[in-house]
Design a protein. Structure first.
Length: 387
């Protein structure tokens, strides 16, 4: 079946964060929103059909995870990540950001240090800060057009930390970490008794020439010192459904964390989330393959357009995800002036680079999870206000 990624539904007026919260976020509604990591593509029919079928029953009462859902998750894990496991090592969670907060509440107390590598997805900074923890940043390095760790700095910073939050693949850069990189992270964290949270929500959006390595698979150190989060939400554009899952192979960590989830009545999920996730994992391979091909086309088109029209603006070519980490430093503007120029002159809404940490000064994040026409319009708007 050939899927259509050129035709996108009108989303404004549907209580959509990306399109209907622009005034709250940017101070104006008169802009093209290309910010929050939410694709504009229609959620696949096989997911919508599963929800409609469940609605035919006409009773939406208390629910629990069906065995068919569990099997679909386990089969996806084995096929996509090489993880052969049992459901008793997994647990439903309402969302990955919530899951990170739950880990911090379980294994840390206010005043404890949490290690992150920046620039990084803003909740990695915000959640520790808002819960009274202290985030410790180890800045990433850029080598050959991709991010990598500064392992000497990471080891220094790891001392005294209780937890590390790892973006795998990386957001906003789209870097797919190698097995060797992840293994070294695992060794450092085990040495300093730092529990690793591996956020792997963008794993399935890894492009074919690269290989996603789940953190737990790189070493015994990683296997027994980690909590890994996955979700179909970014991949299949169903972020409005609670459908995330955590994987905890170590028995002691699992007993503690699952105990927290169960004692706080976080075991039961959204009835539509279960059926939607099952449909995604059971029937989503072909749709995902075509999505990745389309997104790669967007990346190629964006790269060529900037090269021809605004060569001073570049971006880190993502190895995974539909996000571009764009470098505007050649414009020699303060971050505030850059943001103002893009919002009020170019009339485009991008994520502010400094929200990802101080290393984001001069950068913005652009969401290209939309049709090519919109991507090109966004880039035309940006280039129209070049200095």
């Amino acid at each position: 079946m050939q899927y259509d990624f050129n035709t996108i539904p009108a989303r404004k007026g549907t209580f959509c964060v990306k399109h209907d919260m622009t005034r709250e976020v940017f101070g104006t509604e008169d802009l093209l929103p290309m910010w929050v990591a939410d694709m504009d593509f229609k959620t696949p029919d096989f997911i919508l059909d599963a929800i409609r079928k469940r609605c035919d029953h006409e009773v939406l009462g208390y629910t629990f995870a069906p065995d068919s859902y569990k099997m679909a998750v386990l089969n996806w894990f084995q096929k996509r990540y090489g993880i052969a496991t049992k459901w008793n090592k997994m647990h439903f969670i309402p969302g990955i950001v919530q899951g990170i907060a739950f880990v911090l509440q379980t294994f840390t107390v206010p005043g404890d240090k949490v290690l992150i590598t920046t620039p990084v997805y803003p909740p990695f900074i915000n959640v520790p800060h808002r819960t009274g923890r202290i985030f410790v940043s180890s800045p990433l390095k850029t080598v050959n057009g991709r991010f990598t760790f500064d392992f000497e700095d990471l080891e220094r910073k790891a001392q005294g930390c209780k937890v590390m939050i790892l973006s795998n693949p990386h957001n906003p850069g789209g870097t797919v970490w190698t097995k060797e990189e992840l293994s070294q992270v695992g060794d450092i964290c085990l040495k300093h008794k730092v529990l690793v949270i591996s956020d792997e929500i963008h794993a399935d959006l890894t492009y074919p020439e690269f290989h996603h390595t789940s953190f737990t698979t790189v070493s015994e150190a990683a296997l027994h010192n980690s909590i890994t989060f996955f979700a179909p939400s970014k991949t299949f554009n169903m972020a409005g459904l609670a459908s995330s899952v955590c994987y905890v192979p170590d028995e002691e960590i699992r007993k503690t964390f699952f105990g927290f989830l169960d004692h706080n009545e976080l075991s039961l999920g959204n009835i539509f989330g279960y059926y939607a996730a099952e449909a995604a994992f059971a029937h989503g391979e072909e749709w995902l393959q075509q999505l990745l091909e389309y997104l790669q086309g967007n990346i190629n088109a964006a790269e060529q357009f900037l090269k021809e029209n605004c060569p001073e603006i570049t971006f880190m070519r993502p190895q995974a995800s539909f996000l571009l980490w764009m470098d505007f430093r050649s414009w020699h503007l303060s971050q505030k002036d850059l943001e103002r120029k893009l919002i009020y002159d170019a009339k485009i809404g991008l994520n502010n680079g400094t929200d990802f940490g101080p290393e984001g000064e001069g950068f913005m994040r652009m969401n290209i999870g939309t049709n090519r026409e919109t991507v090109m319009e966004g880039l035309r708007r940006i280039c129209s206000v070049r200095s």
